[in-house]
Ligand binder design. Structure first.
Ligand SMILES: [Zn+2]
Length: 74
């Protein structure tokens, strides 16, 4: 099981989005995640996980399985 938050924290990322990131975009991605299927056990309905690295304003987002922790970068 992957601890996505811990993995990202090691690389300097925290949960969130840069200030300029459109909230509407996150809503759309969040909806996509809800229809995604987990790569491990085919669970349906993944959680949208946005991460930001504040020093470089680097943004990345994952679809994460709430049941087994499987995650895929969007
Ligand atoms: Zn899963």
């Amino acid at each position: 099981m992957i601890d996505l938050n811990k993995e990202m924290d090691r690389e300097g990322f925290v949960v969130g989005a840069p200030g300029l990131f459109e909230v509407a975009d996150q809503g759309i991605e969040s909806q996509f995640c809800a229809s995604y299927t987990c790569g491990n056990y085919s669970h349906r309905g993944l959680t949208y996980g946005p991460f930001v690295e504040h020093h470089t304003q680097t943004f990345t987002a994952f679809a994460e399985c709430p049941e087994c922790g499987w995650a895929d970068e969007l």
